[in-house]
Design a protein around this ligand. Structure first.
Ligand code: NA7
Length: 537
């Protein structure tokens, strides 16, 4: 059949690029369908001012190939969106995978054909493809969310979501810009927007902790050193909880004497990046430990913000790091500028959007541009947008939305959905690690699995319901032993109206997760049911 392949991969971001390459190299036929016009996934879309990675760039890349690693040189410590997009194009060209990819092809539905044991995949453009295996590389932060503000359509100015920023430059010069949201995207974009705009109004619901990015250009000597140290760094990354070359910390905040603790925190603050977040093991476990770090960070905000009537509104009181930790460049300092106004939505909630701007319960803020930095329908949002149907035509929506809760096995597979795999799926550790390292683990596990199926004449594979329940229970129990579940965030689904509250991330680290996945494979795919081909005599 002309349009039949062994595997269809959905998405051409970090996941899709490597999955496509890996399967092709293993001798499978593969087609990758991407709704955007090019590779990059979320890095193709999230082009907002100041968009930057918050993992150190030298680790925010593929590490499966030393040769590939050494061919690319990052310009700075934390790469900006355009450089990451260039990197992903470089990799896709080096691996020559674009020929397996079709762009501007939005997958609309994927239906399991029981009789023919294959997936029927239909695009928005009306094409139908079939595949033995379906692999999702759609990402876990790829469906942007704009809350249902009344009157949004009536706004006469321009409006953009940070996660879906136009490819043509947005002219901010001389404009009155309102930014709703102070997560990573808001915190990264607000200082850059303030450099150009005439007036900036930040509509803040929850103040944020933030640690300096301390971005800087690399020297040639440094780049040479990184490349020299690659193999050693990779070894640690593959065995660390975060996928970064940072071993598991054994230090408790509360048990570290105050003087020593302050030295560690100040040192981490000066070095910037995710060092502080990884300096102790119990920041998100012990409320007392958390408060010590939180208060340290509140102290930094008090030092930075000079306006006494503004600073009190910028002090966060949720458990630090239970929302995604934020790195910034001059975020809090931006509020010292006279053309930047903080609007505290806890005191004056947004009533509606008018044709002129944003109306809070206190006043109307006239604006030329509204930036929605309001985040994503994370973990499940993009998967649920696709009409994926497994056995008996049962859809993922029915399985997850109408069921009591979202359940997966290892974040890699779903009971009732044969030959379907999810890269960075819900209940995997990916989004709380260095994502490319987590993606490599998933891709390699899936590829090994497909090889096993081929070698053992297995027709279909899918998790058992018991394995799925067990895994989901384990993820929930681990999360309940932390402070993460005590905070409203996209981690818990609370940022989306009507979404069920689940903590959909495996929190015991990429190192433990890797081991568990290996054990599953070593035991003949324990927790899965396998249906074998009938061997003709
Ligand atoms: P986030 O981290 O989900 O931040 C969204 C922000 O938008 C956050 O400050 C929210 O406040 C705010 N928000 C959401 N809904 C509303 C409403 N209805 N009214 C006012 N404010 C609202 O998304 P980002 O894009 O910044 O970051 C997502 C991830 O992408 C990030 O972690 C990186 O991994 C990359 P809240 O805190 O909920 O009160």
């Amino acid at each position: 059949m002309a349009n039949h392949v062994d595997a269809i991969v959905i998405g051409a971001g970090f996941s899709g690029i490597y999955m496509t390459y890996k399967l092709r190299e293993e001798g499978f036929t593969v087609k990758t369908l991407e709704k955007a016009a090019g590779v990059g996934g979320v890095w193709f879309l999230a082009r907002y001012p100041g968009a930057r990675c918050d993992s150190d760039s030298i680790y925010y890349n593929y590490i499966f190939s030393e040769e590939l690693y050494k061919k690319w040189s990052w310009s700075s410590r934390f790469a900006a969106q355009d450089e990451i997009l260039s990197y992903l194009n470089f990799v896709a060209d080096e691996l020559d995978v674009k020929k397996e990819m079709q762009f501007n092809k939005e997958v609309k539905s994927a239906i399991w054909d029981e009789d023919q044991t294959k997936w029927l995949v239909t695009t928005a453009q009306g094409e139908v493809f079939t595949a033995t295996y379906l692999i999702s590389g759609v990402g876990c932060l790829s469906t942007s969310s704009i809350p249902n503000f009344q009157g949004r359509e009536s706004f006469k100015g321009e409006s953009y979501h940070t996660g879906n920023w136009p490819h043509t430059p947005v002219d901010l010069k001389g404009k009155r810009v309102g930014v709703i949201g102070t997560g990573s995207s808001g915190v990264q974009s607000i200082p850059v927007i303030a450099e150009e705009a005439k007036e900036v109004y930040v509509f803040q619901r929850t103040p944020q902790y933030s640690v300096p990015t301390r971005n800087r250009q690399f020297t040639e000597e440094e780049i040479a050193q990184f490349k020299e140290a690659f193999l050693d760094a990779r070894e640690i990354m593959l065995n660390s909880p975060s996928g970064l070359p940072i071993p598991r910390s054994t230090r408790s905040v509360v048990d570290t004497p105050e003087e020593e603790r302050i030295v560690i925190l100040e040192d981490a603050w000066e070095k910037g990046g995710m060092i502080l977040n990884n300096a102790f093991y119990d920041i998100v476990i012990d409320p007392k430990s958390n408060e010590l770090v939180s208060e340290f960070l509140r102290g930094k905000i008090r030092e930075k913000v000079k306006k006494s009537d503004v600073v009190e509104h910028l002090l966060p009181y949720y458990y630090y790091s239970t929302k995604r930790p934020i790195l910034d460049t001059n975020y809090h300092d931006t509020y010292n500028q006279d053309h930047v106004t903080l609007v505290n939505l806890r005191q004056q909630p947004i009533e509606c959007i008018t044709e002129n701007g944003i109306q809070t319960t206190e006043k109307e803020y006239p604006l030329d541009i509204i930036v929605f930095a309001t985040g994503y329908d994370a973990m499940t949002g993009t998967l649920l947008k696709l009409d994926i149907r497994g056995h008996n035509g049962v859809s993922l929506q029915e399985k997850w939305e109408k069921g009591a809760k979202v359940e997966t096995y290892l974040g890699l597979g779903l009971a009732g959905f044969p030959n379907f795999f999810t890269i960075t799926g819900p209940q995997s550790p990916s989004v709380l690690t260095n994502v490319p390292t987590a993606i490599e683990q998933h891709v390699e596990w899936i590829s090994d699995c497909l090889n096993y199926l081929r070698e053992h004449n297995v027709k279909t594979i899918e998790p058992t319901v018991e394995a799925e329940i067990q895994w989901s229970k384990q993820c929930t129990e681990i999360a309940n032993g932390t402070l993460f579940t005590k905070t409203e965030s996209w981690y818990t689904g609370s940022n989306i109206d009507g979404k069920s509250r689940d903590f959909l991330i495996y929190l015991n680290g990429l190192d433990n997760y890797r081991q568990l996945c290996n054990e599953v494979a070593e035991h003949g795919y324990k927790g899965y049911q396998l249906q074998y081909e009938e061997i003709k005599a």
